[in-house]
Ligand binder design. Structure first.
Ligand code: CAA
Length: 243
């Protein structure tokens, strides 16, 4: 199947990593549908004419997600790939973490995976083909001071990925995750300088990653070259040691 007939949905499409994934997949000829919630940067999207459609959708709302997926399938006929990027941080020490800080991060980064993935997985089952890539984090592996909520959610993505991979395997659907390290985005821009300096000193490759480091890995996983890889996690973190 030629890329141009492949339909890819990317959540978190207006974020630093999500937008780069959309651009990379668009440049490789995929039909790219971006989902965003509240950070619409129209100019950035429109400036990339190889992107097809941008849809506002709150991934925390199950029925809105069902309607959005139906709308996409009605228009494009099928969904071949899904890249789950949407995520938030509310960093604070556990001592100071409110239930709301905990719950919001778990909801958006983990619970909402159900809402968008479930209707798309059903479509992939009937097509007997699918590629799902979930963006986790190095901090899901190693934990991070101030990120009990985020690290718990990102670690949950591994169980989700590996289990769904088993269910999709006989149906032509692969499910993998990517664990980016510290990538140059608005999420890392707010890390206190003193903390960031310490983090950088621990990265063997010596610098933060670029969104394109992640997007190129996504492009590999959704393409035919990766058809024998499923239930796997790929670290894109400059060699950070997991302790
Ligand atoms: N390890 C051990 N102790 C630490 C520490 C660390 N990494 N960071 C801070 N501390 C200690 C401080 O030394 C301080 O100790 P004392 O009370 O004894 O002086 C205490 O913890 C409180 O530290 P702060 O003054 O920094 O506390 P704060 O409440 O102002 O801020 C924080 C805490 C919000 C967690 C802040 O340290 C922070 O933002 N850290 C960065 C967290 C981080 O790395 N987030 C990643 C964002 S990027 C991302 O998430 C993308 C991805 O997937 C990788």
């Amino acid at each position: 199947m030629k890329n141009r007939s492949r339909v890819v949905v990317v959540t978190g499409a207006m974020g630093g990593i999500g937008l780069e994934i959309c651009k990379t997949l668009g440049s490789k000829g995929f039909i790219v549908i971006g989902i965003y919630n509240n950070q619409y940067k129209e100019a950035e999207w429109i400036n990339h004419s190889n992107l097809d459609e941008l849809i506002q959708c709150d991934i925390n709302d199950t029925s809105v997600c069902n309607d959005t997926v139906t709308q996409i399938i009605n228009k494009y006929g099928r969904i071949d790939a899904l890249v789950n990027v949407a995520g938030i941080t509310l960093d604070t020490t556990f001592k100071n973490m409110s239930f709301s800080d905990w719950n919001q991060v778990l909801q958006t980064n983990l619970v909402a995976l159900y809402n968008i993935t479930h209707p798309i997985f059903i479509n992939m089952l009937s097509n007997k083909f699918g590629r799902i890539v979930n963006i986790s984090s190095v901090n899901g592996h190693k934990g991070q001071f101030g990120q009990v909520n985020y690290a718990a959610a990102k670690a949950g993505i591994y169980g989700f990925t590996k289990s769904l991979a088993l269910e999709g395997a006989a149906k032509g659907i692969t499910v993998n995750s990517i664990s980016p390290g510290y990538i140059e985005t608005s999420m890392t821009a707010v890390i206190p300088e003193v903390v960031l300096t310490k983090i950088k000193s621990q990265i063997p490759l010596g610098e933060l990653g670029k969104p394109s480091d992640v997007s190129r890995t996504v492009a590999f996983l959704v393409d035919d070259d990766a058809s024998y890889i499923t239930g796997e996690d790929i670290n894109v973190n400059g060699g950070l040691v997991m302790v």
